[in-house]
Write a protein that binds this ligand. Structure first.
Ligand code: 2HA
Ligand code: ZN
Length: 278
């Protein structure tokens, strides 16, 4: 059996927590990530027949029963993950009843999955229903994205259009747009269910006055989505004390989608498209 700490999924995961911490997007115990590991890959590193212990999931996780997830621990700091992955992360397998999960590795000091575990698992389930190749759910607290939710309308068409129109990369990277949830208490089944519902439509969900969720088929995709939103929220806020006189017009955004073959962009988020692109 190979060592879990040598697994590409673990190394990728640790690197992501370091990058997010260094970027200042995961203060203290802020942020959480989960990574769906395929059974074939998992069994190279883990004894799938012998759980270390079994824990309650705390919600109905049916729909992803039998699936294996690497996930950050409740109350753990991204900053510390690199020093001791097995204390700050764990690998669990969701039980057949959806009410319990086997710990296969990690959480070594009696830890348990992130307080946002229900949001993560419900999000995986929702995303897998529209993209069977999805593997990552990532949550963190990027500064400018958070700040943008203090002053920008939370209407998701308007929020998306602001980002799209101020950075050429945006509509190419997320033609599916950005979902936005109003402020809600975190760590609850309600915010988990609301996030999961949005992720059937979007790969990015902004939590007003809290942070962001993103999903992807790999770490780069989820991280890249957050990075692009955060970069654009930054430039938006740098310029926000001045009137915006130049932005990419709606037809320009449609043209980008045509050049980069993004057929399914959210046309309904562009109210000023000319007849040519409608
Ligand atoms: O894990 O970020 O949303 C701490 C959080 C809660
Ligand atoms: Zn958070």
């Amino acid at each position: 059996m190979k060592k879990v700490t040598d697994a590409p999924f673990l190394q990728d995961f640790v690197e992501a927590t370091q990058n997010i911490y260094r970027l200042g997007w995961a203060e203290r115990n802020g942020g959480n990530i989960s990574y769906l590991i395929g059974e074939d890959e998992a069994k190279e590193y883990l004894d799938l027949d012998n759980a270390l212990r079994t824990i309650p999931t705390g919600f109905d996780a049916r729909g992803v029963e039998g699936k294996i997830f690497l996930v950050t621990g409740a109350g753990k700091y991204f900053r510390n993950v690199i020093k001791d992955p097995a204390a700050n992360l764990g690998i669990i397998r969701v039980g057949a009843d959806g009410a319990s999960a086997d710990v296969l590795w990690g959480f070594k000091d009696g830890g348990r999955p992130t307080s946002e575990f229900s949001a993560h698992i419900l999000s995986h389930r929702a995303r897998l229903s529209v993209d069977p190749e999805n593997k990552i759910v990532m949550h963190c607290h990027p500064n400018y994205t958070m700040a943008m939710t203090y002053s920008h309308e939370l209407d998701e068409a308007k929020f998306t259009r602001t980002l799209w129109s101020l950075n050429t990369e945006c509509i190419v990277d997320f033609p599916d747009g950005v979902g936005v949830l109003p402020w809600m208490p975190c760590g609850t089944p309600e915010i988990g269910a609301a996030t999961a519902e949005k992720l059937k439509e979007f790969r990015i969900v902004v939590w007003a006055i809290h942070g962001i969720y993103a999903v992807g088929r790999n770490m780069d995709e989820a991280f890249g989505l957050i990075e692009t939103v955060e970069k654009t929220a930054t430039t938006y806020l740098i310029g926000s004390h001045l009137p915006i006189v130049n932005r990419i017009p709606d037809d320009g955004l449609a043209e980008l989608c045509s050049i980069y073959d993004k057929k399914n962009y959210r046309k309904d988020f562009l109210p000023e498209l000319s007849e040519k692109y409608k």
